[in-house]
Design a protein around this ligand. Structure first.
Ligand SMILES: C[S@@+](CC[C@H](N)C(=O)[O-])C[C@H]1O[C@@H](n2cnc3c(N)ncnc32)[C@H](O)[C@@H]1O
Length: 236
């Protein structure tokens, strides 16, 4: 940043701080709306939650990363903040849809296996994956291999993440591969077309907690849901 830009930013931050502290805050905002908005943005950029969460860095790099540049799942920040302190190193995780989440799970749990329909993306994430992470390429053209990928992987999973293609179909097919205490994470669950899948899970005894809000990269908010039954690995 040039000297002039950093001086301007510093003075905007000071202006924002004094505006926020002013007794006549509303009058100040009304009298100087453009300057107040610029000051608010400068304050957000310098000190706000979007900075500490890494949002600005993710927006610029177009990658879900935290403020240090480490991979994050492309879930809402509320869901990430909820999950992070509850992760257990002995978990096995399955993901429909690979990405930075695969690298994030690998850092925290024993094993992660991700099914990916997109060949180049599978190769790209697979190349970055450590030894406890596997990305399996499952083209959608090959019948049911994509939704059946958790069963084909063998064993059961503590977490299954529904964040790829054919989400309603995957939710139906994956349940035999979910451990008795396992939980599901369904991203973008606000979309109308996923309602039948979410209703079927509710009928199968899953309760749901929704995390609405912003997440990495996007300027809009969305919803990440955690679905669980009694006696589950998250202690819900
Ligand atoms: C929304 S992404 C999320 C994947 C992962 N669960 C995460 O949180 O990082 C879902 C799908 O988008 C596709 N995808 C995401 N980023 C991509 C990119 N930069 N290029 C090509 N495909 C991409 C992949 O096929 C992936 O399975």
């Amino acid at each position: 940043m040039s000297g002039m830009a950093s001086t301007l930013r510093a003075s905007l931050i000071e202006a924002a701080k004094s505006a926020l502290n002013a007794a006549d805050y509303e009058r100040h905002m009304a009298a100087h709306p453009v300057a107040s908005q610029a000051a608010a943005l400068a304050l957000l950029r310098a000190h706000g939650h979007l900075k500490s969460s890494g949002w600005f860095r993710s927006f610029v790099t177009r990658r879900p990363v935290d403020a240090s540049g480490r991979p994050l799942p492309w879930f809402t920040y509320g869901a990430i903040d909820f999950l992070t302190p509850r992760l257990q190193p002995n978990w096995r995780v399955f993901e429909y849809g690979s990405g930075h989440s695969t690298l994030w799970w690998a850092r925290h749990v024993r094993e992660v296996i991700a099914a990916e329909h997109h060949g180049a993306w599978a190769e790209r994430i697979g190349a970055q994956a450590p030894a406890n992470a596997t990305v399996v390429h499952r083209p959608l053209s090959e019948g049911t291999t994509y939704p059946d990928a958790p069963l084909a992987a063998g064993g059961t999973f503590d977490v299954i993440v529904i964040d790829g293609r054919e989400r309603v179909w995957c939710a139906e097919r994956c349940l035999p591969a979910l451990s008795a205490t396992g939980v599901l994470i369904w991203d973008n669950s606000e979309r109308e077309r996923y309602v039948p899948g979410l209703e079927a899970l509710a009928a199968a005894g899953f309760r749901r907690v929704d995390f609405d809000g912003m997440g990495p990269i996007n300027t809009y908010g969305w919803r990440t849901s955690v679905l669980y039954r009694d006696d589950n690995v998250l202690g819900l």
